[in-house]
Design a binder for this molecule. Structure first.
Ligand code: MLT
Length: 326
C-alpha cells in the first residue's frame, strides 16, 4: 500500500517537473499589462502601444497598456518592481531607469535587482522645440535668448530623471546657465502648453515631436543626432547650429519583475523580437526616426549589461549637476 502511494506521488512529481517548461507553453493564459511610466500621448506611450500590440499578436493574448506617470517614471517602475513575478505585468521604460538611481536617493527599489531585463527596443533621437511665439529664428538665437534671460526662461520636462529632463540638464550644464524648469507627468500634457505659448522651450523625442513640428504647431530648432533626420529635413543638427557634440539618443527597454520564471522571460523576449521584426512595426518606427534596435541588442543579457553601464555613465554627470529629487 505504502509503495503504491509513494509510486503515485513520485509519478505525480515526475509529471509536475516536466510540466514547468509547459508553463511557458501554456503561458500566457490571460491578457498581460504593460506599464508605461509616463502620461498618455508621449513618446514612451507611443512606442509602448505599438510594441504591446505586436507582442500581443505573437503571444496570442492582448498586452494592455496602463499609464502610471509620476516622479520621472519611478512611480510606474516601482509598480512593476512590486508586482507578482508571473510575467503578467511588464514595464516599458526609457533611459530614465538609469538616471533614477542617482537622482532619487530614496528610490523604493534597487534598479539592478528588482527587474528581469527582457530586451532593448529602440534608441530615439531628440529635438529642441520652441513655442510658436518665442522671439527667436533658430537654435543659435534660442541659445542666446537663454543665456541673456536665464531663469526667466521656462523649460518643460517629464519629471526629474526623464529623458527630457536629462536633455535639459545637459543643455544647461553645457551653457553654464540655469533656467526655470516646469515638470509634467509626460510629453502628452506639455504640447498644449507649448502650442498655447505658456511654455518657452522643450526637448522631446522625435517619435512624439515630429507631427507637431511638421504641422507647424511648434517649432523644431535642432535635433540631437550627428546627421540630420529624414523625418525632420528642415531641422539642423545641434552641431550644425553651433553646439557641436550635443548628441543624445533615448534608449528603451522592456522589464519584468525579478523572479519571473526563465521560460516566461524567454517567451517575452521571443515576442519582443517578433514585434521588432514585424514589417508594420519596422516601417512605423523608421517613419518616426526611431528604428528597432539591432537583433543582437534585443538580448536580455546585453540589455542588463547596458543598464548597468548607463547607471554608471550618468551618475557623475548628474551628481555634478546637483539636482536631486529627494
Ligand atoms: C514621455 O511622455 O514619454 C516622456 O516625455 C518621456 C521622457 O521625457 O522621459
Amino acid at each position: 500500500m505504502m509503495m503504491t502511494i509513494l509510486r503515485r506521488a513520485l509519478l505525480g512529481a515526475a509529471v509536475a517537473i516536466p510540466a514547468m517548461p509547459a508553463l511557458a507553453q501554456n503561458w500566457p493564459e490571460r491578457p498581460i499589462t504593460m506599464i508605461i511610466p509616463f502620461a498618455p500621448g508621449g513618446p514612451t506611450d507611443l512606442v509602448g502601444r505599438m510594441i504591446a500590440e505586436a507582442m500581443g499578436r505573437d503571444l496570442g493574448q492582448n498586452v494592455l497598456v496602463q499609464n502610471v506617470g509620476g516622479a520621472g517614471g519611478t512611480t510606474g517602475a516601482n509598480r512593476v518592481a512590486q508586482a507578482a513575478p508571473d510575467g503578467q505585468t511588464i514595464l516599458l521604460h526609457n533611459i530614465g531607469i538609469s538616471t533614477a538611481p542617482t537622482l532619487y536617493r530614496r528610490l523604493p527599489y534597487d534598479t539592478l535587482t528588482a527587474f528581469e531585463t527582457i530586451g532593448l527596443v529602440t534608441a530615439t533621437p531628440m529635438v529642441w522645440l520652441a513655442r510658436p511665439g518665442l522671439p527667436v529664428q533658430n537654435f543659435a538665437e534660442m541659445v542666446r535668448f537663454v543665456r541673456e534671460r536665464g531663469d526667466a526662461v521656462n523649460l518643460a520636462n517629464a519629471g526629474l530623471g526623464s529623458a527630457s529632463h536629462l536633455c535639459g540638464t545637459l543643455f544647461q550644464a553645457s551653457l553654464g546657465v540655469r533656467v526655470t524648469t516646469v515638470s509634467y507627468t509626460g510629453s502628452g500634457p506639455i504640447y498644449p502648453e507649448l502650442m498655447a505659448d505658456r511654455l518657452d522651450i522643450y526637448c522631446d523625442q522625435t517619435t512624439s515631436a515630429t507631427p507637431f513640428v511638421t504641422s507647424g504647431r511648434v517649432r523644431g530648432l535642432a535635433v540631437t543626432t550627428a546627421q540630420p533626420l529624414p523625418a525632420l529635413p528642415n531641422v539642423p543638427t545641434a552641431g550644425q547650429a553651433g553646439m557641436p557634440g550635443f548628441e543624445i539618443a533615448i534608449w528603451h527597454g522592456i522589464y519584468a519583475p525579478r523572479g519571473t520564471p526563465a521560460p516566461v522571460v524567454a517567451r517575452l523576449n521571443q515576442a519582443l523580437r517578433a514585434a521588432l521584426a514585424d514589417p508594420r512595426v519596422v516601417t512605423r518606427m523608421n517613419d518616426l526616426g526611431s528604428p528597432p534596435e539591432p537583433v543582437e541588442r534585443q538580448d536580455p543579457a546585453v540589455h542588463r549589461a547596458h543598464l548597468a553601464a548607463e547607471i554608471e555613465r550618468w551618475r557623475p554627470i548628474l551628481q555634478a549637476a546637483g539636482q536631486f529629487a529627494d
